[in-house]
Design a protein. Sequence first.
Lengths: 327, 329
Amino acid sequence: MLPDDAVKIADGIRDMRIRGAGQIARSAVEALEITARASKASDVKEFMDELTDASQTLLRTRPTAVSLPNGIRYVMHRVGKSAETAKSVDELRNISVEAAETFIENAKTAVQRIGEIGARRIIDGDVLLTHCNSSAAISVMKNAWASGKKFEVFVTETRPRFQGHITATTLRKAGIPVTMILDDAVRYFMQEVDKVIVGADAITANGALVNKIGTSMVALAAHEAKVKVYAAAETYKFSPETMIGDRVKIEERDQSEVISQKELEHIGSIKIRNPAFDVTPPEYIDLIITEWGIIPPLGAILILQDVFGVITAEELHEYQTYEIEED
Amino acid sequence: MIHKDVLSVVENVRLRQMRGGTVITHAALSALRSTSLASTATSSKEFVANVEENAKYLRKIRAASIPLTNGLRYVVSDVQRAADQGATVEELKKVVSDSAVGFDRKLEESIAQIAEIGARRLKAGDVIVTHSYSSSVLAILKKANQQGKRLKVFVTETRPELEGQDVARELAAEGVDTTLIIDSAVSHFIEDSDKVIVGAEAVAANGAIVNKIGTAMIAAVAQRARVRVFVAASTYKFSPETMFGELIQIEERPASYVLDDKELNQQNLKVRNPAFDVTPPQDIDLIITERGVIPPQAAILVVREQKGPLVFTTQEPALERFLGKVDSR
């Protein structure tokens, strides 16, 4: 049983009132912290059972977020390791609370830290290109602009849901000159671009980038034109499952995002496929900007080891929400 | 004076009621023909001048469309030659009519021939990706389907005008296994695909093709995945002007295709909306023409055989001579 405040959080994540990868992870970890603080367990084992139950409840709230299981794992990995030697519930409770607070603090500042670090890579006169809507990528651009650098940004509209419109609005309101283009026009304009900056839905153990559909074509067009590709990714976006060979599942979304039912009936008997993400191989990525610093894509494994420690397959699969592709 | 038929074609193309270079060429030549037949010119000199004026005007409706340029060039050169040989206005009217109908027929026949040749390159079970609307590509796919080769076709919706939906409709009507995807999803599905087939608005002398925006990215993705890229293009799409350095003009279409009025006209916000892009020859495996399959590097051989003088672009004596020489062979 979760304490009332933790239940409220779980409901918020489930109902999508709590949104965004960082917010979801922070809230879930906060719920775990609340549970640890409220626990009336009489021994270490009972305490661990309570936290494990709470974890499972939280994991079920949003089956596709990468950040949520990572937040839970961050805490539970540390708590689990200490449980073997902990002498009292209070000792373990303190470890839980400390781990949770560290995670939350880091997650809270991650986007801003990425912005500060990434902004150093931008120079006066740059022409940037971004795809979709990423708070980390926007943070890089806004930080660079705030530091007085002058540049302009091509923003793709980002079919099917046009998140590029949100990005364009955010950037232009910050004073940054924006040119909106079709996703199809990226190769056409790439010769005018100096740097591509995108966010990440997930980073795999080999440094591949899972991001909004279309990202891999943008990266290929950039790579071919010798334009730098930067991925801005908080460390909770890194996917430890991929270290043990699991593949990140590419979610397919509803066809209504692509075409209305009426238009579809007019066309006749066809299928619609609408994958939400694609995979950009590490060789098309120049660097990944994390809140812990800039790494080459092949350094992803270091982040995974630092954040999640040496983690076993059992442990990974125990705290897992998003579906892993069977294959 | 620009005739009303010419104006109405121009207007229709502006309103995007016509898609595909072949359709536009057909409409433009019909307009040139009816305009000329209705001509009240009193001398053959005046008649030729009228035809030239209307042809130049029609060319502007889509400068990137080479069949349009070549078709107009074809008719104008026939008329000029006949006038030089002393034809009367009435005789010249017949020349325009025959020439326009003749080019139209050649263009139409070229599609059937391309379908025949292109279908041979497809195997039963092939998974095809196509982008935008091309009469030639549809003809190939339909032909292969009629031959009993069961194809699976990924059709991109093709932002911003979504002509991919028309392609999907035509394929579905033929019973082809058709899947509509967003343009950005091509790289996701390319691993499952065998061939990319696209049409062309124009083929340049170096074998580069100009086609609907997005084609260049699809070709690049296909090349990386070792998926073959076929371009279906009649020889009438090959551009002689590019041999002498002229760049094929990429028109930009209105910003309103990309953003609605509410979102437009904001500070710090521009829209760029090019209609076409250029796919380099190294990203193309072959070009399927009505005269056979050629590697893109052989485009120059086809360009050599275009007929007629250069009447629509900056005067280039070398090209005039070149085409004149070929013409008299």
